[in-house]
Write a protein that binds this ligand. Structure first.
Ligand SMILES: Nc1ncnc2c1ncn2[C@@H]1O[C@H](COP(=O)(O)OP(=O)(O)OP(=O)(O)O)[C@@H](O)[C@H]1O
Length: 601
C-alpha cells in the first residue's frame, strides 16, 4: 500500500476517518470514550515470601475494598504519612495475575487493536512482583490479541515485535546477540526512536513465544539479597499492530490502523544497604535509582498539569517512554508492593509515585495510516467541514434569513424612494404656490421680505448640492441649520448599489432625485417664523398635500382680495405657506437619514 501519511485522530472522528473501514462494535472498542483520560493506576500486594515469613515479618498493608489500601499500624506508631490510599483498583495478595490483567490492564492494552497506542507499566521496589505480574499480563494480552485477530477475518493484520532493555543507561536490543548499545534519536515524524532496533514480523503465537524466550535469556538478571533473579534493567517489549479491511487491500483508498502496545517491566528501586549490593550490583542500582528518579520527576511534573518544562530527556527511560507519559497513548501502571514491614518505607514511596501517576492526563488518539488517495479525500472532507463551520451553525437557515432580510430592505427602500419623490413634488408645489402668491400680492412689504429671504445672510446661508455647490446664486436658507445636516452629502448612490439588487431600480430614482434637488431652491423660513402657526409634521403625505393645497388656495384667494388691505392677514398667510414649505423640507431632510439607518451594517 502506498502510505500517504500517518495521522492521529480523536476517537469521535474515527468513524468518519476510517470511512469504509469502520471496525466492528466489539465491546472493548465501544468502551473507548473521548473524555479526558488519566493514567489508570492500580496497586498489587504480593503475599509474604518464604524468606519474609522465615524472618517472622508481618504484613502491614491491607486492601479494605477494591480501591483502597491502608497501612495497618500495628505498632500504633504516630506517622506523618497517610494511612489510606485510593486508586482505580487495588489487589489483595491472593488475587491472581489473570484478575489483575482483566481489571487493571486489559482495556488499556487492547486499545492497540483499535489503533490506539497503549502501555502497561509495572513499578515497584525490587522483589515486589513486577516481573511476575508483567510476564502474565504480556501473555494474556497477546493471547487476547490473537483471539481478536481470529474473530476479525474481514481485516488483515500485521504484527511486529521488538524488545529492548535499558541497562546502565545504555539501550540494548534484546532480539539481537550484538551487545552494542543502540542510539536514541529524535525523528521529526515518529518522535523518539531507537536506531537499528530489530523488529520481527510475527508469524503466529508460537513465533512470539520463541521471541519472548530470547528476550528472557538476553535480559540482564542479577542476584541480590532481596531477589535471586533481580532484573537489573528496564525492559520494554513492543508489539505493533497494523490492520486494514481486506475489502480495500491494495486499493488507493484503503486506510490502515497502526498502534503499538508496550509492556514495561521496570527494574526495581532498591536501597543498597538492604540489597547489600556492591561492585557491579551497586553500579546497576545507582543507574536504576537514577532513571526511576527521573521517571518520578516526570510523573510528578505531569501530575501538576502540563505547565512548565517536563524533563523527559533526563534519562533514556523517560525519553523512550515519553508518548506513554501523558502523550498519545493509553497507560496503565500497576504498582507492586511487598507487604513486609521491613519494606514499609519503599512501599510508601511506591504509593506516593502511584498517587502522582493517577493525576496524569493522557491524550490517546486513533492512529490511522492513509493511502495518498484516501488522504486527499479525507482532507477534502475536512476542508468542507471547516468551511461549513465558518459559515456558522445552520447554514440553510442563515441563508434564508438573509434573503428575507434583504427582501425587506428592498421593500423599505422602494417605499422610501416613493416618499422622497412625493415629498419633493409637494415641496415644489408649495414653493411655486408661494411664489405665485407673492407675485399676485405684489405687496411692497412682501417683496421686501422676499428680497430679504433671497439675500444671502451669514447665519443662514449654506451651500447647495452638486455642481452648484459653490454658486452664491444657488443658496439655501435653512433656518439656521447648516445644510450638511441634511445628510445629502452622505446620501450617495453607492450605498444603494452595493450588491443588494438595488442598483438597477435605485439609480433611476436617485438620479431623478438629484436632478430635482438641483432645481429646487431650498428655502426655509427663519426659525422664529417657522414655529409660529402651522404644525404640519404629524400629518401623512396625503394629508399634508391636501392641507397644503387647501391652506394655500384658501389663503391665496383671501390674499387676492384682502392682502393689500390687511398686513396681519398677509403675514399669517405668508407664515402658513412658509411653514408648509418648511415642514416638507424637513421631511425631505430626514429621508437620507432613514436610508443611512437602513443600510447600517
Ligand atoms: N503476586 C505474587 N504471588 C506469588 N508470588 C509472587 C507474586 N509476586 C511476586 N512473587 C514472587 O516474588 C519473587 C520476586 O518477584 P519478581 O521477580 O517478579 O519481583 P520484581 O519486582 O520483578 O523484582 P526485581 O525488581 O528485583 O526484578 C518471585 O519469586 C516471584 O515469584
Amino acid at each position: 500500500m502506498g502510505v500517504g501519511a500517518k495521522m492521529a485522530y480523536d476517537e469521535r472522528e474515527m468513524g468518519a476517518v476510517v470511512g469504509e473501514e469502520v471496525l466492528g462494535s466489539e465491546s472493548m472498542e465501544a468502551e473507548s470514550g473521548a473524555q479526558e483520560e488519566k493514567i489508570q493506576v492500580s496497586v498489587r500486594l504480593r503475599p509474604l515470601s518464604d524468606k519474609e515469613i522465615g524472618r517472622s515479618e508481618v504484613s502491614d498493608w491491607e486492601c479494605i475494598n477494591d480501591c483502597t489500601i491502608i497501612f495497618r499500624n500495628t505498632l500504633s506508631e504516630r506517622s506523618m504519612h497517610p494511612t489510606a490510599y485510593t486508586f482505580d483498583r487495588v489487589f489483595q495478595s491472593h488475587c491472581t495475575t489473570k484478575q489483575v490483567y482483566e481489571e487493571a490492564a486489559k482495556r488499556v492494552a487492547l486499545s492497540v487493536v483499535s489503533g490506539i497506542n497503549s502501555t502497561i507499566f509495572a513499578y515497584g521496589q525490587t522483589s515486589s512482583g513486577k516481573t511476575y505480574t508483567m510476564t502474565g499480563i504480556t501473555e494474556y494480552t497477546v493471547a487476547d490479541i490473537f483471539k481478536y485477530i481470529q474473530r476479525h477475518e474481514e481485516r488483515a493484520f500485521v504484527l511486529k515485535f521488538s524488545a529492548m532493555e535499558i541497562y546502565n543507561e545504555a539501550v540494548r536490543d534484546l532480539l539481537s546477540s550484538e551487545s552494542m548499545p543502540l542510539r536514541v534519536l529524535d525523528d521529526p515524524e515518529k518522535g523518539t526512536i531507537v536506531e537499528k532496533l530489530t523488529e520481527e514480523t510475527l508469524r503466529d503465537w508460537n513465533h512470539l513465544q520463541e521471541l519472548l524466550k530470547v528476550c528472557e535469556a538476553q535480559r540482564k538478571i542479577g542476584e541480590t539479597l532481596l531477589n535471586e533473579t533481580s532484573s537489573r534493567s528496564h525492559q520494554i517489549l513492543r508489539l505493533t499492530i497494523e490492520s486494514s479491511a481486506r475489502e480495500f487491500l491494495g486499493k488507493d483508498n484503503s486506510t490502515t490502523l497502526a498502534a503499538s502496545v508496550n509492556f514495561v517491566d521496570l527494574a526495581g528501586s532498591e536501597r543498597a544497604s538492604q540489597a547489600l549490593s556492591a561492585g557491579a550490583r551497586l553500579k546497576e542500582g545507582c543507574h536504576i535509582n537514577r532513571s526511576l528518579l527521573s521517571l518520578g520527576t516526570v510523573i510528578r511534573k505531569l501530575s501538576k498539569g502540563r505547565n512548565g518544562h517536563v524533563p523527559y530527556r533526563d534519562s533514556k527511560l523517560t525519553r523512550i517512554l515519553q508518548p506513554s507519559l501523558g502523550g498519545n497513548a493509553r497507560t496503565a501502571i500497576i504498582c507492586t508492593l511487598s507487604p513486609a514491614r521491613s519494606h514499609v518505607e519503599q512501599s510508601r514511596n511506591t504509593l506516593l509515585f502511584a498517587s502522582c501517576a493517577k493525576e496524569v492526563a493522557i491524550n490517546a488518539q486513533v492512529n490511522v495510516v492513509m493511502s495518498d488517495k484516501a488522504l486527499v479525500r479525507h482532507l477534502q472532507r475536512e476542508l468542507a467541514r471547516l468551511e461549513n463551520e465558518l459559515r456558522g451553525p445552520g447554514p440553510t437557515l442563515c441563508t434564508s434569513d438573509m434573503s428575507v432580510l434583504l427582501r425587506e430592505r428592498d421593500r423599505q427602500i422602494e417605499k422610501m424612494e416613493k416618499e422622497i419623490k412625493e415629498l419633493t413634488r409637494q415641496r415644489d408645489l408649495a414653493q411655486s404656490r408661494l411664489e405665485d402668491l407673492l407675485q399676485v400680492v405684489g405687496d411692497d412689504r412682501a417683496s421686501r421680505q422676499w428680497s430679504e429671504f433671497d439675500r444671502p445672510s451669514k447665519s443662514c446661508v449654506t451651500k447647495t448640492w452638486g455642481e452648484d455647490e459653490n454658486s452664491n446664486s444657488e443658496l439655501s436658507v435653512n433656518g439656521g441649520h447648516q445644510s450638511s445636516d441634511f445628510g445629502f452629502t452622505r446620501f450617495n448612490h453607492s450605498q444603494y448599489s452595493n450588491g443588494h439588487g438595488l442598483k438597477k431600480n435605485g439609480r433611476g430614482t436617485m438620479e431623478d432625485f438629484d436632478d430635482l434637488c438641483k432645481e429646487v431652491r431650498c428655502i426655509e423660513m427663519e426659525e422664529s417664523i417657522t414655529n409660529k402657526n402651522f404644525e404640519f409634521s404629524g400629518l401623512s403625505n396625503v394629508d399634508s398635500e391636501e392641507v397644503v393645497s387647501s391652506a394655500l388656495s384658501r389663503n391665496g384667494d383671501a390674499v387676492n382680495q384682502e392682502f393689500a388691505a390687511s398686513q396681519q392677514d398677509d403675514e399669517a398667510l405668508h407664515d402658513s405657506a412658509a411653514s408648509t414649505y418648511s415642514s416638507l423640507q424637513q421631511k425631505l431632510q430626514n429621508m437620507p437619514k432613514t436610508y443611512d439607518f437602513l443600510f447600517k451594517p
